[in-house]
Ligand binder design. Structure first.
Ligand code: XUL
Ligand code: CO
Length: 439
């Protein structure tokens, strides 16, 4: 089979001094950091939709790059297979070991769901063939329950019982495919699960229906041998004004309320965090302290824009603080999916490779620096010391839940006035981060 990316070599690690644009400067798969290989710390995944599908179209203009990959006609099974060929060549050349997909990224959707499902069976047989003899697997699968017009009023949250059944049918099929392709996880991103106006929306009814659908998905998934995690991918807005999975805290509350918290974790996307008015690190920390940091959609937004720009991550402060959270979490059950797309004018195949090299190097730098921050120990020891008053005396009694409100009030009265807490030392700690980053 002729190569699709014929002028692109195998991408190798050449080190920080290299000026070869088609080489890694920091991502050195076999380098051991804190006892584990970089490739184990960083299970990178290719997002089928952006990498093999998105071709530069935006609200104001059509494609700027041709991603037919040699197929004579787009949106055909020939094209779907050409995308598989392109995707596997791309992943192999970069050493990317995972991919993520929506059902309709794989094949063109037919008017009849039975025809779509038959196409999905045929295409995933082809993917399985391609997987043989490689160590490439699926990271997670999902069903696209937001693009088709039938989902205009939501999927699990729809007002139509028939559409609800179509959502169920797509989830069932996407779960079958995820298991068939060895997927580690299954994602729910509730693109249309939200509302524009309360004048026409019963929020409680819709949330109950979404939870019921998720329960059925868990029951079905477990019945066919899916042992991985289900993930919610929080996002506050776009396409809906209000999305039910606003942020990690909201999604975790929802999962607990409906008894789904044992089977679900979070898939945190950097750009979604900033849209919610949080930092990426905040969303990771909230997930981690609740035992629900599962997987990451590795991208970044533009803080000057209020929408989801899905840019390739290049901010090393962000990737460092992300990897700091991931290392403290003991890793991920999922991985790092580049839910990221080339900018519209970056319209060549080389640009697709430059983008992944940028993203993989940015996370490798983040991993190296986060490990250094942890090994340096100044941040950890500062935080430990900050709460030292809870280690002895009245503080220890509070932590051991051995106090009453009256006892604490009496204690306060005996002090008359407390001493001020010690300095928060934020600027000092920021200079520690800079020192570690730039040494
Ligand atoms: C949309 C988004 C999705 C999910 C999967 O903002 O991030 O691509 O990752 O449906
Ligand atoms: Co995403």
């Amino acid at each position: 089979m002729p190569e699709i990316f014929a002028n692109i070599p195998q991408i190798k690690y050449e080190g920080p001094a290299s000026k070869n644009p088609l080489a890694f400067k920091y991502y050195d798969a076999d380098r051991v950091i804190m006892g584990k290989k970089m490739s184990e710390h960083l299970p990178f995944a290719m997002a089928w939709w952006h990498n093999l599908g998105a071709a530069g179209t935006d609200m104001f203009g059509t494609n700027t790059i041709d991603k037919s990959f040699g197929a004579s006609e787009k949106a055909t099974m020939e094209h779907a297979k050409a995308k598989v060929d392109a995707g596997f060549e791309f992943m192999k050349k970069l050493g990317v070991k995972y991919f993520c997909f929506h059902d309709v990224d794989l094949v063109p959707e037919a008017d009849d769901i039975n025809v779509t499902n038959a196409r999905l069976d045929e295409l995933t047989d082809y993917i399985l063939e391609k997987m043989q003899g490689t160590d490439i697997k699926c990271l997670w699968g999902t069903a696209n329950m937001f693009s088709n017009p039938r989902f205009m009023s939501g999927a699990g949250s729809t007002s139509s019982a028939d559409v609800y059944c179509f959502a169920a049918a797509q989830i069932k099929k996407a779960l079958d495919l995820t298991v068939k392709l060895g997927g580690r996880g299954y994602v729910f991103w509730g693109g249309r699960e939200g509302y524009e106006s309360l004048l026409n929306t019963d929020v409680k009814f819709e949330q109950e229906n979404i939870a019921a659908l998720m329960h059925m998905a868990v029951d079905y998934g477990r019945s066919i041998g899916f042992t991985g995690d289900f993930y919610i991918e929080p996002k506050p807005k776009e396409p809906m004004k209000h999305q039910y999975d606003f942020d990690a805290a909201t999604a975790i509350g929802f999962l607990r309320q409906y008894g789904l918290d044992k089977d679900f974790k979070m898939n945190i996307e950097a750009n979604h965090a900033t849209l919610a008015g949080h930092t990426f690190q905040h969303e990771l920390r909230i997930s981690a302290i609740n035992g629900m940091l599962g997987s990451i959609d590795a991208n970044q937004g533009d803080l000057l824009l209020g929408w989801d720009t899905d840019e390739f991550p290049w901010d090393v402060y962000e990737s460092t603080m992300c990897m700091y959270e991931v290392l403290k979490n003991g890793g991920l059950t999922g991985g790092f999916n580049f839910d990221s797309k080339n900018r519209r004018p970056s319209n060549t195949f080389e640009d697709m490779f430059y983008a992944y090299i940028l993203g993989m190097d940015t996370f490798a730098q983040g991993l190296i620096k986060a490990a250094e921050l942890i090994e340096d120990g100044r941040i950890d020891s500062f935080v430990e010391e900050k709460y030292a008053s809870f280690k002895t005396g009245i503080g220890a009694k509070i932590r051991n839940k051995e106090t009453t409100l009256e006892e604490l009030a009496d204690y306060a009265a005996s002090l008359k006035a407390p001493e001020m807490p010690a300095s928060g030392r934020q600027e000092y700690l920021q200079s520690v981060v800079n020192q570690v980053l730039f040494c």
